[in-house]
Design a binder for this molecule. Structure first.
Ligand code: COA
Ligand code: AMP
Length: 649
C-alpha cells in the first residue's frame, strides 16, 4: 500500500500531528482529501475533484472518480502479496468453531458468489437484502454485492419479520440472502420462517433468495430459494469487479428515526472507501498486517465499517465473532479471543464492558489471558459513562501491566465512521472521563442553542457539524433527498443536525450527553420509542400509551411503557394485557427492543395543548433531583399520582 508523507509521520505520534492535519484540511480540503484518496485507494479513474458542492446542501465526494470497493478490499491485497494473510478470522464460541480465511480464499469465494448472483440476474444498481447472523457468508455476501456494484442492505438478525418487510419494501431488492438459523446464547433461532413471513408481508417480493444452510439447523427450501453451497459448487469461476462511480451507492443501512418509517442511510462507494481506509491508521493506529476485533454485528454500522470494510481496505485481519461478551462461555470470552488471535485493537460497546464487569467485577477471567498484543480498547454506540470508563481502564492496566487507552468514540449510522475519538495514530490526547475526545479530521463540531446561536464552552446545547461533512458520511436517505434535507440539514443553514446534545470544554473536548429526539440506545442498539409506542397503542385494550427510555445499569437504557387502558378493557386482566403487550412488541419489532417493562396507570401527564410529558416522566423514573415540569402542565395531580409508579425500579 502506498503512503504519503503525512501517513509516514503518524508512527511518531507527536502532539503536532493532529493539529497539522486539521490545519491542512482547513487550508485546502480539496488537496488534502485528494491526497488521501490517492494514497489509500486504487482507482480505475483517479478523481480530480474532492467535493462537488453544485447541489448543496447535498454534497458528493470524488465526483469523477471510478473504482470497485471489493477490489480494493480484497484483490489488490492478493496482488500485493497478502494472499496468505488472514482476512477474516471467524471465531464462533456458540458453534465451537475458529476458522481463518485468507485474502486469497476470500477472493475465491466472493468472486464466485458474485458470479453466481450475476448469473441469476443481479447487476449494478440492484438492491440485495442480507439478513444474516455473524457468519463469514454474511461478509462474503456484502463483498460480492460490492463486486457487482449491487447495493446491499443488511438487516440485523434481532429484528422481527415486520421490520425486515419494511426494509424489503423500501429497497425493492432483487434478491435476499439469508440463512437457515442463527445461534444465540441459549437457543437456535430459525431464520427461514421469519424470512418467509417477511416476504409474505412485503409488497415488493424479491425474485429469489439464497440460503446458507447451517449444521445447527437445516431448513426446507422453497421454489425460489437457492442453496448457497450448491450455487458455489456450480460456479467454479469467479467474476471480475465491476467499475462503479465513486458516487454510486455501496449500501443502504436502516436506522431509527423519529417517525414510524426507518431511514435508509445511503453510503457512497468512493468517499466511504477513502474515509474507512483513512481512519484505520489515523484513528485506530492500525497498519496493514495488524488485527482488529470489533465485537458488534454486521447488521449495525460499526459492523459495516470496522468488521468488514475498513479492516479489509487497510489490509488488516478482522475477527468476526459470533458470540456474546458473557455466557459464551463466560466473561473471559473477548479476552480469550484477543490472546488467541493476537488482537491489536478491540472495539465493542460500553454495555458489553458493563456485563463483563457484572459477572467478573475484578477482571479475574480477563487476567488469565495474555493480552500483550492489545494496544487499545475502543468503545462506542452509546455514552461511555465515567464509571465504566474508569473500571475498564483499571482492569486492563491490571491485566496487562500497561496503560491501554480506552477510547470512547462517538458516531452514528449516518456518519459511517467516528465523529470524535482519541485519534491514536495522530496524537494520543490525555483522556477525560465522559468525553469522546476530539473531532476526527474532517468533522467540524459546534454547539448551538435552539435558535442556532453558538453557546460558550462548557454549556450544553445541540451538537451540529459544519457542512460539508467529510467523505464516508451519508449521501442521502434512500429514495428521499427531501427527507435527508428536512431531517438533518434544514434546521440550521450550512450545518448537519446530529440529534445529540452535549458540550465542548475549554480544550475542545466533546462531551455527548444524550439525544434530543425519541431515539434511545438499548445495549448499544438504536431504537425509537415512537415506534414502540405505536405498537403498544395498537393493542385494542390500550387507550393511551407513552414509551420512554429509562436508565438501566447494564443496557444503558431500556424502554418502559406507561399505559392507560380503554373503557372496553374494563374486564381485562391487567397482567394479561401486560404480557400481550410485551409479546406484541417482540413480534412486531423483535427481541432486540428488550421490551419487558409495562405499567398500567390511570392517566398520563400532559400540557394544556395535549403533549404528553415524556421527558418529565423519564427524569422522575431516572431519579433526577429536579425534573423539569413545564408551567403549561394541564393537571399536576396526574403527575403526582404517577410519581410512585415511575420511581419504582
Ligand atoms: N439475532 C436474533 N436475536 C438477537 C440477536 C440477533 N443477532 N441479537 C440479540 N438478539 C436477542 C437476544 O437473544 C435477546 O433475546 P431474549 O430477549 O430472548 O433474551 C434480545 O435480542 C435482546 O438482546 P440484547 O439486548 O443484545 O441482550 P443480550 O442479553 O442478548 O446481550 C449484551 C446483551 C450487552 C451482551 C449484547 O447486547 C452486546 O454484546 N452488546 C454490545 C455489542 C454490540 O452489539 N453493540 C452494537 C453497536 S457497537
Ligand atoms: P447508531 O446510529 O446506532 O450508531 O446510534 C447513534 C447514536 O448513538 C448517536 O446519535 C448517539 O446518541 C449514540 N452514541 C453512539 N456513540 C456514542 C458515544 N460514544 N457517546 C455518546 N453517545 C453515543
Amino acid at each position: 500500500m502506498r503512503h504519503n508523507s503525512f501517513m509516514n509521520t503518524t508512527t511518531e505520534n507527536s502532539a503536532a500531528n493532529y493539529d497539522e492535519v486539521v490545519t491542512r484540511i482547513a487550508e485546502d480540503p480539496e488537496r488534502f482529501w485528494l491526497e488521501q484518496a490517492k494514497s489509500h485507494i486504487d482507482w480505475v479513474t483517479e478523481p480530480t475533484k474532492a467535493v462537488d458542492d453544485s447541489n448543496a446542501p447535498i454534497y458528493r465526494w470524488f465526483p469523477d472518480g471510478e473504482l470497485n470497493v471489493c477490489f480494493n478490499a480484497i484483490d489488490r491485497h492478493v496482488a500485493n502479496g497478502r494472499g496468505d494473510q488472514a482476512a477474516i478470522i471467524y471465531d464462533s464460541p456458540v458453534t465451537n468453531t475458529v476458522r481463518s480465511i485468507t485474502y486469497a480464499e476470500l477472493l475465491d469465494e466472493v468472486s464466485r458468489f458474485a458470479r453466481a448472483l450475476s448469473d441469476k440476474g443481479v447487476t449494478k444498481g440492484d438492491r440485495v437484502v442480507i439478513y444474516m447472523p455473524m457468519i463469514p457468508e454474511a461478509a462474503v455476501a456484502m463483498l460480492a454485492c460490492a463486486r457487482l456494484g449491487a447495493i446491499h442492505s443488511v438487516v440485523f438478525g434481532g429484528f422481527a419479520p415486520n421490520e425486515l418487510a419494511v426494509r424489503i419494501d423500501d429497497t425493492a431488492p432483487k434478491a435476499v440472502i439469508s440463512t437457515s438459523c442463527g445461534v444465540e446464547k441459549s437457543r437456535v433461532l430459525e431464520y427461514k420462517p421469519m424470512l418467509d413471513e417477511a416476504v409474505e408481508i412485503a409488497a415488493n417480493k424479491p425474485e429469489f433468495t439464497v440460503i446458507v444452510q447451517r449444521d445447527e439447523h437445516r431448513c426446507e427450501l422453497g421454489e425460489t430459494d437457492l442453496d448457497y453451497a450448491e450455487l458455489l459448487d456450480q460456479t467454479p469461476e469467479g467474476i471480475d469487479p465491476v467499475t462503479v462511480k465513486a458516487t454510486d451507492e455501496l449500501y443502504v443501512l436502516y436506522t431509527s428515526g423519529t417517525t414510524g418509517k426507518p431511514k435508509g442511510i445511503v453510503r457512497d462507494s468512493g468517499g466511504y472507501a477513502v474515509a474507512s481506509a483513512f481512519s484505520m491508521p489515523t484513528v485506530f493506529g492500525l497498519q496493514p498486517g495488524d488485527t482488529m476485533f470489533t465485537a458488534s454485528d454486521v447488521g449495525w454500522v460499526v459492523g459495516h465499517t470496522y468488521i468488514i470494510y475498513a479492516p479489509l481496505l487497510a489490509g488488516v485481519t478482522s475477527v468476526l465473532y459470533e458470540g456474546k461478551p458473557v455466557g459464551t462461555p463466560d466473561a473471559g470470552a473477548f479476552f480469550r479471543a484477543i490472546e488467541q488471535h493476537k488482537v491489536n485493537v478491540h472495539f465493542t460497546a460500553p454495555t458489553a464492558m458493563r456485563v463483563v464487569r457484572k459477572e467478573d467485577p475484578n477482571g479475574e477471567l480477563m487476567k488469565k489471558y495474555d493480552l500483550s498484543s492489545l494496544r487499545a480498547e475502543f468503545l462506542a454506540g452509546e455514552r461511555l459513562d465515567p464509571d465504566t470508563y474508569e473500571w475498564t481502564t483499571k482492569i486492563l492496566a491490571e491485566a496487562t501491566g500497561r496503560d491501554i487507552p480506552v477510547v470512547d468514540n462517538w458516531w452514528q449510522t449516518e456518519t459511517g465512521w467516528p465523529i470524535t475519538a482519541n485519534p491514536l495514530g495522530l496524537t494520543r490526547f490525555p483522556l477525560k472521563a465522559g468525553s469522546s475526545t476530539k473531532p476526527n479530521p474532517g468533522f467540524q463540531v459546534e454547539i448551538v442553542d435552539p435558535g442556532g446561536k453558538p453557546v460558550p464552552a462548557g454549556e450544553e446545547g445541540l451538537i451540529v457539524i459544519k457542512l460539508p461533512l467529510p467523505p464516508g458520511t451519508m449521501a442521502t436517505v434512500w429514495g428521499d433527498d427531501e427527507r435527508f434535507i428536512s431531517s438533518y440539514l434544514a434546521a440550521f443553514d450550512g450545518y448537519y443536525l446530529t440529534g445529540d446534545s452535549g458540550y465542548l470544554d475549554e480544550d475542545g473536548y466533546v462531551f455527548v450527553m444524550g439525544r434530543t429526539d425519541d431515539v434511545i440506545n438499548v445495549a448499544g442498539h438504536r431504537l425509537s420509542t415512537g415506534i414502540i409506542e405505536a405498537v403498544v397503542a395498537s393493542h385494542p385494550a390500550v387507550a393511551e400509551a407513552a414509551v420512554i427510555g429509562v436508565h438501566d445499569d447494564v443496557k444503558g437504557q431500556i424502554p418502559r411503557a406507561l399505559v392507560v387502558l380503554g373503557d372496553s378493557a374494563e374486564a381485562a386482566d391487567p397482567n394479561t394485557v401486560i404480557d400481550e403487550l410485551v409479546a406484541l412488541v417482540r413480534k412486531e419489532i423483535g427481541p432486540v427492543a428488550a421490551f419487558k417493562r409495562v405499567d398500567i396507570v390511570s392517566g398520563l401527564p400532559k400540557t394544556r395543548s395535549g403533549k404528553i410529558l415524556r421527558k418529565t416522566m423519564r427524569q422522575i423514573a431516572d431519579g433526577e433531583n429536579d425534573p423539569a415540569v413545564p408551567s403549561t402542565i394541564e393537571d399536576r395531580s396526574v403527575l403526582d399520582d404517577l410519581g410512585a409508579v415511575l420511581s419504582r425500579s
